[in-house]
Ligand binder design. Structure first.
Ligand SMILES: Cc1ncc(COP(=O)(O)O)c(C=O)c1O
Length: 407
């Protein structure tokens, strides 16, 4: 069997250098544990970046994927398929929205919603209304439209001109949103797009009242409110969508990551009033909503229900918050504080500490977490994580930040 060193040699010669993976090759997983090709075990509190919602190799998910693969995988969107119809219904029921469009990733869901917002006002005969209001530090994906809404310069530089018509304002600043609507060009704003917690941006939660304020401003100015719940949805924050906790029903929501539990699928859900905004032929995806991906997502939703994972995300999230707050109090020289909620949390370090440089030291202790922003250690574990596993993970992080404090 190939060793880590054998495979790393090939990987480094053959794969693009756009990622900077850890220096081992993972071979299998179970729940919150993964093992590399040489049998070394890691506790996975990164969850494939908030993707592996029901943990690795969940038997019910694996069984459904196997059975569906042996039954019907793909027929194209010229034909309905049963798992996809049922999935659309399930997602609408859980979110209070009415229509679903399926694709394969988060960035594609955001491309769809961007086109939808523009087409909506084109259909209403308001052709100048094309502008999107997005937020500094936002992350909405890597394709050109989604990237134009992403509010972090490091992801955008070097790729030439962007789709115009996106204005970025500070996240959490309702006055800035109000000013954008009231200022020149305010009547050209078609939609506001926001995350409930800016995950990639550094696990930055929306301040109290922010999402409700956005809903009110969008209503007042006739714009659409889009919630990007790609990282926060599917129960991760203790409710199916994070915006439900703020009592906000957006006009459209985008989902991906945890929806397929590791099987690639993305979705855009909208209100009925937007149902006519992707008329026949205006948008599509060859693989979007195929039977295999839809069956996987349906299985994930069932597991989330059967194992009460949404409720668990809240209680386990509270435990993690306490653990991280205690760690931050104990090592103030390194730690700025805990951020986030549910099972999307971060330990922010003071400016000058670089999360990416700290991760290998945590990996050496057998624990996987990921960076968010420049200086936040992010926990986005599978929702099946146990308190004991969270404790083990925080202990490893503690050991590393204590060493940093002594250095
Ligand atoms: C909030 C948010 N939106 C969009 C995306 C892009 O998703 P994908 O990588 O599946 O294209 C991400 C990915 O991290 C995300 O966190």
């Amino acid at each position: 069997m190939a060793t880590n060193a054998d495979l790393l040699r090939v990987a480094r010669a053959r794969l693009y250098g756009n990622y900077k993976p850890a220096p081992f090759v993972l071979a299998r997983g179970k729940g919150c544990e993964v093992w590399d090709v040489e049998g070394r075990r890691f506790l996975d509190l990164a969850g494939g970046v908030a993707v592996c919602s029901v943990g690795h190799s969940h038997p019910a998910l694996a069984r459904v994927i196997g059975e569906q693969a042996a039954t019907l995988m793909h027929v194209s969107n010229y034909f309905y398929n049963e798992p996809n119809v049922l999935l659309a219904d399930e997602l609408c029921r859980r979110t209070g929205l009415d229509r679903a469009f399926f694709c394969n990733s988060g960035t594609e869901a955001n491309e769809a919603v961007l086109k939808l917002a523009r087409y909506h006002f084109h259909r209403l005969n308001q052709p100048k209304r094309t502008r999107i209001l997005a937020f500094d530090n936002a992350f909405h994906g890597r394709t050109m439209g989604a990237l134009s809404m992403t509010g972090t310069p490091k992801y955008r530089e070097g790729f030439g001109d962007y789709f115009g018509g996106v204005t970025h304002v500070p996240y959490g600043d309702l006055a800035a949103v109000e000013a954008a609507f009231s200022g020149s060009g305010g009547d050209e704003i078609a939609a506001v797009i926001a995350e409930a917690i800016q995950g990639e941006g550094g696990v930055l939660p929306a301040p109290e009242g922010f999402l409700k304020g956005l809903r009110d401003l969008c209503d007042r100015h006739g714009a659409l409110l889009i919630m990007d719940e790609i990282q926060t949805g599917i129960g991760r924050l203790g409710s199916f969508l994070a915006c439900q906790q703020a009592g906000v029903l957006p006009d459209a929501v985008t989902l991906a990551k945890g929806l397929g539990g590791g099987f690639p699928i993305g979705a855009m859900l909208t209100r009925e009033s937007l149902a006519g905004d992707l008329p026949g032929g205006t948008h599509g995806s060859t693989f979007g909503g195929n039977a295999l991906a839809s069956a996987a997502a349906l299985a994930v939703l069932k597991i989330v229900d059967d194992e009460k994972l949404t409720e668990g995300a809240e209680t386990k999230g509270r435990f993690l918050t306490e653990e991280l707050q205690k760690l931050a109090r104990d090592v103030p020289k390194v730690c700025e504080g805990q951020r986030g909620k549910g099972l999307l949390q971060g330990l922010a370090m003071h400016p000058g500490f670089v999360a990416r440089d700290v991760l290998p030291k945590i990996q050496e202790l057998g624990v996987l977490v990921i960076a968010a922003g420049d200086r936040v250690l992010r926990f986005a574990p599978p929702l099946v994580v146990t308190e004991a596993e969270l404790r083990e993970g925080v202990a490893a992080v503690r050991q590393v930040v204590e060493q940093l404090a002594q250095a």
